[in-house]
Design a protein around this ligand. Structure first.
Ligand SMILES: [Zn+2]
Length: 75
């Protein structure tokens, strides 16, 4: 089990500064569709269509996900 975790971490994508997804400098951002924004304006809960992880320094996007479980976290 311990080994599996180590492998997973070493395979994480990093930006050109060397930060990975869980680093302090990597900011999760949400992308909404026009329809999602409309729902928010109406006061309806809208999940972002996509969550992407961007480095605040070099602005490189190192990962993106459309996983519903992740999107729920970023409402
Ligand atoms: Zn960077």
């Amino acid at each position: 089990m311990q080994e599996e975790v180590a492998i997973e971490v070493s395979q994480l994508k990093t930006c050109r500064c060397g930060y990975h997804k869980h680093d302090y400098h990597i900011i999760p951002r949400c992308r909404y569709t026009w329809f999602g924004l409309l729902r928010m304006l109406m006061g309806v809960t809208a999940y972002p269509e996509e969550v992407y992880y961007q480095c605040e320094k070099c602005e490189e996007v190192i990962d993106r996900t459309t996983d519903i479980e992740v999107r729920r976290l970023h409402v």
